[in-house]
Design a protein around this ligand. Sequence first.
Ligand code: F1P
Length: 297
Amino acid sequence: MSAPFVTAEIDSQPESWLKAAALADDLGALLPRAGERVAVIGCGTSWFMAMAYAALRERAGLGETDAFAASEAPRQRRYDRVLAITRSGTTTEVLDLLASYRRLGVPTTALTGTLDTPIHEAADEVVPLDFADEQSVVQTRFATSALALLRRHLGEDVAPLAEDAARALQVPVDGYVDAEQISFLGTGWTVGLAHEAALKTREAAQFWSEAYPAMDYRHGPIAIAQPGRLVWSFGPPPTGLADDVAATGAALETSDLDPLAHLVVAQRLAVELGRSRGLDVDLPRHLARAVELPTSG
Ligand code: F1P
């Protein structure tokens, strides 16, 4: 079996994050300004990056920031700005929602992986991350590069994150390939990463995974934990959770890497799980590069 596209795309993330950070320095004026009330929207992976950024921006004290799946965003709210994340630039729900906000007079900015797609008309401002676009249907590099760009815009230094991503490419994942199930957990901005990691294993490997805010895991989902299953924490687990997981017999994965780099490890595990099942990890069943729906008119 030849190496899938997604493997090269995962491996290129350290470099791609640095390029994204440089773009934030160049085009930062197009991104949400301090104090603006912002909604961040996307679908699938892009929605999960929106969740992560919204929590980080609000934590940084830069303004109220909501995140929505594009299909669920409240179309009547007069946000100061709407930020859309879409690799393809053609996702129907995103284009549709931006048209609604245009009618309301809400300014919009899009982060996209393409140069010549409908998003360039649908959004008022576009930040193109075409260097991070991908051949695999399964998103990895575009999503994490978009988040690296946004973290840079929040004032973070991306160089140490890129170094962590390079370390993440060396972490062995074969020890987890036999896991029967994984519950991914996060806190604050890493809840979005947990959802993204779980989506990766479902897309690339048809693997049973779930995702929760770490503090909510004890409110029911822990009933799934047992020997042979794995609990994966993005960021340190809340007090007492490691003991609670140990008591179930499930294994617990934690890391001292930046959580975005820890997501790179989860991406690699998703690919290994898919390959161990003989799947085409670049082209999951029932999925296309973008969901383009007939418009209701
Ligand atoms: C987002 C998305 C992906 C998903 C699939 C279909 O598209 O939902 O998250 O993995 O490939 O598209 P986009 O709006 O970011 O292009």
